[in-house]
Design a protein around this ligand. Structure first.
Ligand code: ARG
Length: 458
């Protein structure tokens, strides 16, 4: 039985029922729905709308229903339109008429918004935890890969030498911001809609502060109209998920490139790679490719939801029912992706000789310009002279470290035999010891900060 049969003469058409029903997805809110109902029954009891005996009956039955859900014994009926209908139907089966008192002063509009916020609050904690696990892997890699040096790239062209640990940590900070952003969303999600009724507010003097406290919300929402229609938290959750996806995608894309034979910086562990059904030699970085792809999916979920909201007039509209599938999908995507990526990152093998071989002497061109700067040459001039050296070396088919001293001195006599000392990767990175730079000591300080954040209360 639907909850709203009274005013209708004809039964609902099957296809219309199908389209309208949301049980297929909102059954994920079962626990939250029961908890919300338990708190609501207590609130009604506090103002005398339920007797303590009726409340006891309701609470006991709701506890039993929760157990049915938890043990997978709950039987849905074809007539259950959504999770709220299913719970109320089951309550009626268990305690009869008294069940009909539970919905006093409440609407499914404030009910579903409450359930969903409870669900998102729990999801925020879980995503934050797996995100932190991936951050911990990055920190652990940064520690393990210590002072290994590789070329840093801009425009995907070799730019300057950097510490591999610095590169790992470059992926730690975006995830830290993601985690802080996600956890910040708690305070906007923990506002209680229950007690807003359908839109105008509850017609009985419900103590919404007590209700909020009982359900773990920070406060009741300030406006009942806003309360039933605010789905910003869903949009924000999807945005947080999208940005996590984008950050992971960037890391994944780099690793697809770095694990290719052309780079060969890393080798994937067998446990985190896949083969080809046709080419026996293939070892593919599917996981990283999927990491890249999931970002597209997450952005799509966000875009879809924002577009749905775009068309709505104020208060509750049925369109809002469509908030749940994208949020569930984003959550599932991250909960599947993050642990797999964490494992793949932790088990990547570094090929030190490939890193070393990629340290082209041209990477030290900036250091060569800085060498002149230390002799008092304005940087612009130094840049120009070193640029000339690069051109001459290219014309002679030589690398910068093989270009003879005379060729350098023909550009400027400020070049002296000690110029060749710049072609040393550890020297190059060690010079960048200003805070946030790639020098071992600066990276060590960065690492300490990162480690502290792993255990910090956010
Ligand atoms: N299943 C609905 C949803 O998820 C519950 C609220 C229905 N409200 C209504 N007035 N029909 O939004």
């Amino acid at each position: 039985m639907a909850l709203w049969g009274g005013r209708f003469r004809d039964p609902v058409e099957r296809s219309a029922w199908q389209l309208n029903a949301s049980l297929s997805f909102d059954q994920r809110l079962a626990e939250q729905d029961v908890r919300g109902s338990q708190a609501w029954a207590n609130a009604l009891t506090r103002i005398g709308l339920l007797t303590p005996e009726e409340n006891d009956q309701i609470q006991t039955a709701l506890r039993a229903i929760l157990e049915e859900f938890q043990q997978g014994r709950f039987q849905f009926q074809p007539s259950d339109e959504d999770i709220h209908t299913a719970v109320e139907r089951r309550l009626t089966e268990r305690i009869g008429e008294t069940a009909g008192k539970l919905h006093t002063g409440r609407s499914r509009n404030d009910q579903v918004a409450t359930d969903f916020r409870l669900w998102v609050l729990a999801a925020i904690e879980r995503v934050s935890n797996v995100l932190r696990d991936v951050q911990a892997v990055l920190v652990e890699r940064a520690e393990r890969d210590g002072t290994l040096v590789l070329p840093g790239y801009t425009h995907l062209q070799r730019a300057q030498p950097i510490l591999l640990s610095h590169w790992w940590l470059a992926h730690f900070w975006p995830l830290q911001r993601d985690r802080e952003r996600l956890l910040d969303l708690r305070k906007r999600t923990a506002l209680l809609p229950l007690g807003s009724g359908a839109l105008a507010g509850a017609p009985f003097p419900i103590d919404r502060q007590a209700l909020a406290a009982e359900l773990g919300f920070e406060a009741p929402c300030a406006n009942s109209i806003d309360g039933v229609s605010d789905r910003d938290f869903a949009a924000e959750f999807l945005f947080c998920a999208s940005l996590i996806g984008l950050h992971l995608s960037r890391l994944c894309e780099s690793l697809v490139i770095f694990t290719s034979a052309e780079f060969g910086f890393f080798t994937l562990a067998d446990a985190y790679s896949t083969g080809s059904s046709l080419m026996p030699q293939k070892k593919n970085p599917d996981l990283f490719e999927l990491g890249r792809a999931k970002a597209g999916k997450l952005v799509g979920l966000l875009t879809g939801w924002l577009t749905t909201l775009k068309g709505l007039p104020s208060t509750y509209d049925k369109d809002l029912q469509e908030d749940k599938p994208p949020v569930f999908a984003a959550y599932d995507t991250l909960m599947e992706l993050l642990p797999a990526l964490g494992g793949a990152l932790a088990t990547l093998q570094v090929n030190q000789e490939k890193l070393a071989a990629a340290l082209d002497p041209a990477l030290f061109a900036t250091d060569l310009a800085d060498y002149l700067v230390e002799k008092g040459v304005p940087f612009r001039q130094a840049h120009e002279w070193v640029g000339r050296a690069v051109r001459v070396a290219e014309e002679l088919g030589l690398s910068l470290d093989r270009l003879p001293l005379e060729a350098y001195r023909a550009i400027t006599p400020l070049f002296e035999p000690d110029l060749y000392a710049v072609f040393d990767s550890l020297r190059s990175v060690s010079r960048r010891r200003a805070e946030g730079g790639t020098a071992p000591e600066a990276v060590q300080r960065q690492l300490e900060r990162a480690k502290a954040l792993l255990t910090a209360e956010l």
